[in-house]
Design a protein around this ligand. Structure first.
Ligand code: AP5
Ligand code: MG
Length: 216
């Protein structure tokens, strides 16, 4: 079957998770987030989680084989058979190779390269809050919850992510430039890269994406 696969690519804080949720509802495709999968492994204290947590807290990349192990099952699960949105994978050239292995020549495949200035990214990350129970994403100013500190969706407690401290944010940005950004060249060459200016409002960003993926 021809799958519809969209990769949400971009630096920390650009809005991969936020755009991913909106796009997942719009296209009726599951959102598969490498970061969320790893955070649930950490929460469950699984073998993968135990190995991954120090890398994540430091803002470094988790070893490729661990990430792929966490992702593989999800990508091949039955709700992803018509396609999926991939947030936060691939993050280096070796991961791009791993992804190629699960792609079929039939698949319709695009990489949405979400871009924005460091000033916007740092502001977004420092004001971000996430629900400790369901992972919903808020921003204290741009996308605040209806009641302070409480998730609109499930009533869970809103917290800051461990890796959203200023020094870890700086390291994540550095890792993005050094290890992740080089992947862009590969997709540009393949003709599958589409750039989206994502430092706009969510509706402006979604309008740009609709132009690319169609309004269906
Ligand atoms: P991951 O969870 O993927 O973190 P990240 O890439 O650093 O990205 P973020 O989740 O921080 O930002 P986002 O782009 O999703 O932005 P969001 O929508 O939340 O990965 C975490 C860690 O896991 C990595 O550091 C690494 O250790 C490990 N890992 C994950 N994948 C891996 C891989 N493939 N290989 C190895 N290790 C891996 O939005 C940010 C804020 O902005 C929110 O407050 C939101 O409300 C707000 N906002 C969003 N859009 C808008 C808008 N348009 N206008 C105003 N505000 C907005
Ligand atoms: Mg995210």
């Amino acid at each position: 079957m021809k799958r519809n696969i969209l990769v949400l690519f971009g630096p920390p804080g650009i809005g991969k998770g936020t755009v991913g949720k909106a796009l997942s509802e719009k296209l009726n495709l599951p959102l598969i987030s490498a970061g969320d999968l790893l955070r649930s492994e950490v929460k469950e204290n699984s073998d993968i989680g135990k190995k991954a947590s120090a890398f994540m807290n430091a803002g470094s990349l988790v070893p490729d084989e661990l990430v792929f192990e966490a992702l593989k099952k999800r990508i091949t699960s039955s709700d992803a058979k018509e396609g999926f949105l991939l947030d936060g994978f691939p993050r280096n050239l070796a991961q791009a190779d791993l992804l190629d292995c699960v792609l079929d020549s039939q698949d319709h495949y695009l990489v949405l390269n979400l871009t924005g200035s460091d000033t916007v990214l740092i502001e977004r990350l420092s004001q971000r809050r996430i629900c400790a129970a369901c992972g919903a994403i808020y921003h204290l100013i741009n996308m605040p919850p209806r009641s302070e500190g409480v998730c609109d969706t499930c009533g869970g407690l809103l917290t800051q992510r461990n890796d959203d401290s200023p020094d870890v944010i700086a390291h994540r940005l550095e890792i993005f430039r050094k290890e992740t950004e080089p992947v862009i060249g590969r997709y540009r060459k393949a003709g599958t890269l589409r750039t989206v200016k994502a430092d706009a409002t969510l509706s402006e960003t979604m309008a740009q994406i609709a132009e690319i993926v169609g309004g269906n």
